[in-house]
Design a protein around this ligand. Structure first.
Ligand code: FAD
Length: 457
């Protein structure tokens, strides 16, 4: 395949669309390998602008995200501003709380990190890396693959720029992706969840956290749920995951208060502006987006989809950003392995990442059912306890799915197979133990019968 780009040369200008989490990390990694990058972002610089309403305030970052942050020296600074959550705190309708550790030994934690702070830290690092240039207030409207021309909307009107390589890091509703949506051979699949999300603020009480900050709190209510993650200012951000119908059913402040007193009684009193937050905060949508291919070649430029632009997933495993960071690391690795050949690197990137991103998309959907419903079931609790007991007895040989996803960097696509093998081996071991126990019981019964016969004689 010929080298791609406007001039067909390796030095074609590189543009990243979107200075979100993936865009900033990728810009830094590329600049470090000597590539000059211009990052175009529709918002004003988020370090000086008011955060957008309706975007999640905090994120759970785990092993994969931390490994990526490590590459740009941000692991320790991010952890020092994070709140570790060692397990789930499940809140019943009666206000009872029960803590379920994430790992068998109770030591592993996911980390609640402010999205704004993380984005700002990534922006700072990129800006300090020679070769990265940011253009804020540039909303991509159109990308012409035949010429490599990008048309942006700015406060001063329309502006055009050219690039040979365009890396679309502009999120789930990517404008860059629209330039290939109707290309022959492009498959696009978008599945909206019937649930949306709305955030509420639970402020600090008397200067202290209103709930245990060492946990991700869940109020599972069958078809829907609320969760809460702690923030450094000792508040919690609560997120409702409800269906459109459930959101629409509560019309006024009185109805909101009554509903929360009935369904979330222990939280209702901890959210002073409950009705205000509920009635004023937007409902965000949640979608799984799958598409293929992720790398496209036109006469004027090549385009690669990265992060949510390639594979938006629902947030129930807390993996969207972690996974987007892994994409960036993979592109960097592929460029290193191919000696900087964009064609070869992007082809390898999409091949290596697609199955992994499909796998986490499925696991994230399944985890919603676990969080909102299964965690309530005594059978589920017994199974989790049994799995943790197995993990303690067979360290490293039996590892739960949650731990493989959150506390390792094992490729996501390998996890379902590993779980099946582990479960089979466990079932065999249990069956073996049951067989041995039955055999032992048989021997004991025979011995007892023999003893009885001897006594009679
Ligand atoms: P984004 O972060 O969406 O960044 C896209 C950037 O592109 C933005 O800066 C945007 O302004 C810019 N942009 C958009 N359009 C244009 C345009 N036309 N021109 C120029 N710029 C543009 N993930 C986790 O790992 N852990 C979690 O706990 C977690 N919780 C979540 C909770 C919720 C409620 C939601 C909705 C998501 C959550 N995620 C979580 C997922 C995570 O937010 C995303 O996967 C992650 O932000 C993807 O990063 P990205 O850089 O690909 O896209």
């Amino acid at each position: 395949m010929p080298e791609i780009g406007v001039t067909g040369a390796l030095g074609a200008p590189v543009a990243i669309v979107g200075a979100g989490l993936a865009g900033c990390l990728l810009a830094t990694l590329l600049a470090r390998r000597g590539t000059e990058v211009t990052v175009y972002e529709r918002r004003d610089d988020p370090r000086v602008a008011v955060p957008e309403r309706g975007r999640s305030i905090n994120l759970a970052i785990s092993a994969r995200g931390l490994q990526a942050l490590d590459q740009v020296g941000l692991r320790e600074p991010s952890l020092s501003r994070a709140l570790p959550m060692h397990g789930r705190m499940v809140h019943g309708r009666d206000g009872q709380q029960s803590f379920r550790p994430y790992s068998a030994d109770g030591t592993q934690a996911i980390n609640s990190i402010s999205r704004t702070e993380l984005n700002a830290a990534l922006l700072d690092i990129s800006e300090r890396t020679s070769g990265v240039c940011f253009r804020f207030g540039h909303r991509l409207r159109e990308l012409d693959m035949a010429t490599g021309q990008m048309t942006f909307e700015t406060a001063a009107g329309q502006r055009t720029e050219r690039a040979g390589i365009v890396l679309a890091c502009d999120g789930a509703y990517s404008a860059a992706r629209r330039s290939v949506t109707f290309r022959q051979g492009f498959t696009f699949w978008q599945d909206y969840l019937e649930h949306g999300y709305k955030e509420l603020t639970m402020p600090a009480r008397d200067g202290q956290f209103a709930l245990d900050p060492d946990a991700l709190h869940i109020w599972p209510r069958g078809s829907s749920m609320m969760i809460a993650l702690p923030n450094l200012d000792r508040s919690f951000t609560c997120t409702l995951f409800w269906t459109g119908e459930e959101f629409a059913a509560l019309r006024g402040a009185e109805q909101v208060r009554e509903h929360f007193l009935r369904d979330y009684p222990d939280a209702a009193g901890l959210i002073p502006d409950l009705a205000g937050d509920y009635l004023n905060n937007p409902v965000g949508s949640l979608a799984t987006i799958r598409c293929w291919p992720w790398a496209h070649h036109g006469a004027g430029c090549a385009l690669a989809l990265v992060g949510d632009a390639a594979h938006a997933i629902v947030p129930f495993y807390g993996q969207g950003a972690n996974c987007a960071f892994e994409d960036c690391i993979e592109i960097d690795r592929c460029l290193a392995e191919t000696g900087g050949s964009w064609s070869a690197a992007l082809a390898a990137y999409e091949q290596r990442r697609k199955a992994n991103c499909d796998a986490i998309a499925d696991m994230a959907l399944d985890n919603f059912v676990e969080m909102r419903d299964r965690v309530n079931s005594p059978v589920f609790r017994a199974k989790t306890a049994a799995r943790h007991a197995l993990e303690r007895r067979l360290p490293g040989r039996y590892v739960s799915q949650y731990e493989l996803v959150s506390f390792t960097t094992m490729p996501y696509a390998q996890i379902p197979g590993r779980m099946r093998r582990q479960d089979r081996a466990t079932a065999l071991a249990v069956a073996g133990l049951a067989g041995a126990a039955a055999a032992l019981a048989g021997v004991a019964a025979a011995a007892a019968a023999g003893a009885a016969r001897r006594t009679r004689r």
